[in-house]
Design a protein around this ligand. Structure first.
Ligand code: PLP
Length: 416
């Protein structure tokens, strides 16, 4: 496999060469949302010119819309390694998760148990906690190790039991980057007959996903985190999508997967999603000319992972040299297979907001706060001081951008 060529990647994203306040901005805000290739922007506007209509009509623009939706399911199936009829679209991951947790709640008996984790984004916590009230479920929280922000698998093993019906787990933490051993969690859950609902929103930008190999029951992600438009995506095993009863309006389709798609979808977003996945496949063809779109997508995400890991080594080594800086999460490069290049820090007495503002004024865009990973920020005791500063790398970031960030942080630290 050839290494990823950042110049080729960057040339595809018009936002990366724009000037803001006289500077080319540096986007380290990827875990909040990535930039978008020009081809995706064009596809969305092309859809609105040539195909804009509702579905299942007896005229051309409606037929074109139906075709875009079919193409979008096929493209996502290649991205996740499933069949097109196992792909559900929605507004975003949070909305889809509430819809599915409620439908799963209909199956639960009072006293049935659900495991969530303290490491996760609350989009994979609150929808399950709502079932305590709605379905009489007992929600248990699996802890994490504060020293490296990895999931406490022993705690998970202690808490999982014959009453566990669902394990809701993140593929990777959007705050500190930890990648969980999802396959191991699925094995433990299936051994007691529980389903596994995976939040892959953060992970999906950083590595290939194979839902069949994971054997998870559900996996949700959001295209705006992996260079696409604002579209929520949910994979569900066909038998679950068929067996569970959605909350839906009566005349809407009964067949799988449309029965899960309430109301009118974001059609221009779905057109953009197809072209996002085509962009990733093209990247894959660059690094490993290969046969199918699925193979090209896996190659693209592997190449991104390798490239991002090199950047992450540089970033973390530089951060650890800054006096007064605290870094939360895995820091040993030998363990970087278990983290994404998303890094949470605190620096001296300044609030994360103040640092993000100083960086923002220099054209370097980072996030501050808890990023809805509230269990994590509470347990690490950073809620009071305004959470973390989060630096998130993607395949379009460069070594030079990281050097610039490190330099700026050194200056901010020295001015304390
Ligand atoms: C890990 C993780 N899960 C869930 C979400 C929520 O995703 P959405 O905005 O699609 O509802 C986010 C958004 O930042 C996230 O990072």
């Amino acid at each position: 496999m050839l290494p990823l060529d950042p110049t080729w990647v960057r040339s595809r994203f018009p936002a990366l060469s724009q000037e803001i306040d006289g500077r080319i901005p540096v986007f380290f805000d990827g875990p909040g949302g990535s930039q978008v290739p020009g081809s995706v922007i064009e596809a969305m506007s092309h859809y609105l010119v040539t195909s804009n209509a509702n579905v299942h009509g007896a005229f051309t623009t409606s037929r074109r819309t139906d075709e875009w939706i079919v193409s979008a399911r096929a493209a996502v199936a290649d991205l996740l390694g499933c069949d097109p009829d196992e792909v559900v679209f929605g507004a975003n991951m949070t909305t889809l998760t509430f819809a599915f947790s409620r439908a799963i709640g209909r199956e639960l008996l009072p006293g049935d148990e659900i495991l969530v984790t303290r490491l996760d984004h609350y989009a994979n916590v609150s929808p399950w906690q709502a079932l305590e009230e709605e379905a009489g479920a007992v929600v248990r929280v699996v802890d994490f190790h504060t020293e490296d922000c990895t999931l406490d698998m022993e705690d998970l093993k202690r808490q999982i039991n014959a009453k566990t019906r669902v394990v809701a787990i993140g593929y990777a933490s959007n705050a500190v980057g930890t990648v969980n051993d999802v396959a191991a969690v699925v094995r433990l859950a299936h051994a007691v007959g529980a389903w596994v609902f995976v939040d892959a929103v953060h992970y999906s930008a950083h590595g290939p996903i194979d839902v069949r190999a994971l054997d998870c029951d559900f996996l949700a992600c959001s295209a705006y985190k992996f260079y696409g438009p604002h579209v929520g995506i949910l994979y569900g095993k066909r038998q679950h999508l068929t067996h569970l009863r959605p909350y839906k309006v009566r005349p809407a389709p009964e067949e799988v997967p449309s029965r899960w798609e309430t109301g009118t979808l974001n059609h221009e977003g779905l057109a953009g999603l197809v072209v996002t996945i085509d962009y990733l496949a093209e990247l894959g063809q660059h690094v490993l000319p290969s046969g199918s779109r699925r193979e090209a997508l896996v190659a693209a995400m592997e190449a991104s992972r390798r490239y991002e890991r090199e950047l992450c080594v540089q970033l973390i080594a530089g951060l650890l040299k800054i006096p007064g800086l605290i870094l939360y999460g895995i820091t040993d490069p030998a363990r970087f297979a278990w983290r994404t290049p998303t890094v949470a820090i605190r620096l001296g007495g300044k609030t994360p907001y103040a640092i993000a503002k100083e960086l923002g004024d220099r054209g370097i865009f980072t996030w501050h706060g808890n990023f809805y990973a509230l269990g994590l920020s509470e347990k690490l005791n950073v809620e009071v001081g305004g959470g973390f500063l989060r630096i998130g790398l993607l395949a379009y970031n460069t070594r030079e951008e990281i050097e610039g960030l490190l330099h700026a942080l050194q200056e901010i630290a020295a001015a304390e």
